[in-house]
Design a binder for this molecule. Structure first.
Ligand code: AMP
Length: 547
């Protein structure tokens, strides 16, 4: 590739896009590898070969036909990770029913919003999760979800009835329904995570997510011999697209270590299932590396994996490569609205780029970096990252206004992320347009300060936010998790900064914590940190909010 001058890169197009439905693609994989393992749910002691998976998917799909669901109807799923989640994902895809992913951390008002906004006719739900009684909560919200006719609780008579109903529907009806589908049909609605503002239902087609999963899997060089440990939640693209579709497009095996993330269970799954690949947001890898007994684990089966979803600290990447045997680990960058992945590092990239960039643009995708006027900036200059191509969502469900705000007339999705692209096309995420702190007229990117502070040997994790300040508009605050067995105080942190980074970048406030407020997908909720800090420091709220 000729060196770029402008920050606009287009991915290769030598491998054609898949122009088939998710169901058709699964059936091709089943035909190629019927006897290979497809799915292992460690916590449920369930295992399926591809042939068994396909039969189980078809049974659920026929059960859904018996319930009366048809192409275009919405079915919600509100459950932590389990084998049934996967069955429902592929069953709805074969039937053309739009799966609505509902975050298991949601409580009643959020559940009610998702069911109502997407018009779900049915819901598959876990009976409970982390002390929340889902049965009681569904009962409470049902009157506010007028389209909801039926809820099927997993592990209950309701699920058995669904399967029993399949007996009355012959395979021909499912085949007919599958054959009628178009790969451009919407098949999935994902409410984007609550890092900022109210949820919006990103609506994705077979073509969007099947191709993205497939290219992510190629990026990890998956074959039918791979076994992928997926501790990230299925309700998010990271689990159900990069995880599940990443596997089934290549005949690899999906390994679910547990219902929700638990570092010990992840390490157990990798060891006992001989996983070759491990996924996680950065904080998951930090927890695994810091887990008691980590050094006794046999992680020799690992080869690759994906770190994504949030800025990936360079030192964590280096540790994952060195201590977890993940020599080919890749970083992915993307967002739900783009299926999700837009860029990915490659095992062929030089080590520096593999740990400090989010890689290059994916096949059949374009990325560019623009200034405030929308003009593409020269390489190396910071601006907002935009993505265009097959991966851009069909829109926000029933919300043309917010869709038009996000995707411009030329089809570019405006990500709200600040990035640079170098001459060779490598992108770096340097912050979010809403996550910039303006201190006395100086712009500070929290990401940069975090990356610097990560270099302190006593710091295990750190997040930097802007808090309001009467004199300067905003001040910086660092929330710091100190490494077990180390000690650090305010003065020590400032001393570390002194003379090494510009004074205006040195946090004025430091708070030592055990963790951060997070979404289920591991995204730090900086707005919550800010709210808490304003209260604790007794500051007057700023006029203009930053994320
Ligand atoms: P979501 O829609 O929940 O997947 O969130 C997408 C957002 O997560 C992006 O807009 C980024 O701000 C952030 N993100 C995802 N991957 C990365 C990454 N590798 N590095 C930095 N930020 C990331």
């Amino acid at each position: 590739m000729a060196p770029l001058e402008q920050s606009h890169a287009a991915g290769p197009t030598d491998v054609p896009l898949l122009e088939e439905t998710i169901g058709a693609n699964l059936e091709r994989t089943v035909a190629s590898f019927p006897d290979r393992e497809a799915l292992v749910a460690c916590h449920q002691r369930l295992r399926y070969t591809y042939a068994e998976l396909d039969a189980a998917v078809d049974e659920v799909a026929r059960g859904l036909i018996a319930v009366g669901l048809e192409r275009g109807d919405r079915l919600g799923i509100w459950s932590p990770n389990c084998a049934e989640w996967v069955l429902v994902q592929y069953a709805t895809a074969k039937l053309g029913v739009i799966l609505v992913n509902v975050n298991p951390a949601y409580q009643t008002s959020e559940l009610s919003f998702a069911l109502r906004q997407s018009g779900c006719r049915a819901l598959v739900a876990a009976p409970e999760f982390k002390g929340s009684d889902f049965v009681a909560m569904v009962e409470e919200v049902a009157p506010s979800a007028p389209d909801l006719e039926r809820t099927i609780f997993l592990g209950s008579d309701g699920w058995d009835e669904l399967l029993a109903g399949a007996a009355d529907v012959d395979a021909g009806r499912l085949r007919e329904a599958s054959d009628a589908l178009e790969c451009t049909d919407p098949i999935n609605i994902q409410y984007t995570s609550g890092t900022t503002g109210a949820p919006k239902g990103a609506t994705l087609s077979h073509r969007n997510i099947l191709n993205n999963g497939s290219f992510v899997g190629r990026g990890c060089r998956y074959t039918e011999a791979d076994r992928v440990c997926i501790p990230v939640p299925f309700y998010h693209c990271f689990g159900m697209v990069m995880g599940n579709l990443g596997c089934t497009t290549h005949g690899a095996c999906m390994v679910i270590p547990g219902a929700a993330f638990e570092p010990g269970a992840v390490l157990d799954a990798v060891e006992t299932e001989r996983c070759t690949s491990l996924y996680g947001v950065p904080t998951m890898f930090i927890a695994e590396l810091g887990h008691a007994g980590f050094d006794e684990r046999d992680l020799s089966s690992l080869r690759t994996g994906i770190m994504a979803g949030a800025p990936c600290p360079v030192h964590v990447m280096r540790e994952v490569i060195a201590r977890m045997n993940m020599s080919e680990v890749t970083i992915c960058y993307g967002m739900t609205e783009t299926s999700p992945v837009s860029t990915q590092t490659s095992p062929d990239d030089d080590i520096e780029r593999r740990v400090s960039t989010v890689g290059r643009v994916h096949p059949h995708v374009q990325i560019k970096v623009v200034d405030d006027d929308g003009a593409t900036v020269p390489c190396g200059r910071t601006g907002e990252l935009c993505t265009r191509g097959y991966s851009v969502m069909t829109g926000y469900w029933d919300d043309p206004e917010r869709t038009a705000e996000a995707i411009d007339a030329d089809g570019w999705m405006h990500t709200g992320d600040l990035a640079t692209i170098d001459e060779l096309g490598y992108a770096k995420i340097v912050g979010r347009s809403k996550d910039m702190v303006i201190r006395g007229g100086e712009n500070v990117y929290p990401r940069e300060v975090e990356e610097f502070l990560y270099g302190h040997p006593a710091i295990a994790d750190v997040q930097v936010i802007g808090v309001p300040d009467e004199r300067l508009g905003e001040e910086l605050m660092a929330w710091v998790v100190v490494r077990t067995g180390s000690a650090l105080d305010d003065e020590g942190l400032r001393e570390y900064c002194r003379g090494r980074i510009a004074r205006y970048k040195v946090p004025r406030y430091v708070k030592f914590v055990d963790g951060f407020p997070m979404t289920v997908t591991g995204k730090v909720q900086k707005y919550k940190m800010r709210e808490q800090a304003i209260q604790e420091l007794d500051l007057a709220p700023a006029v203009a909010e930053t994320a």
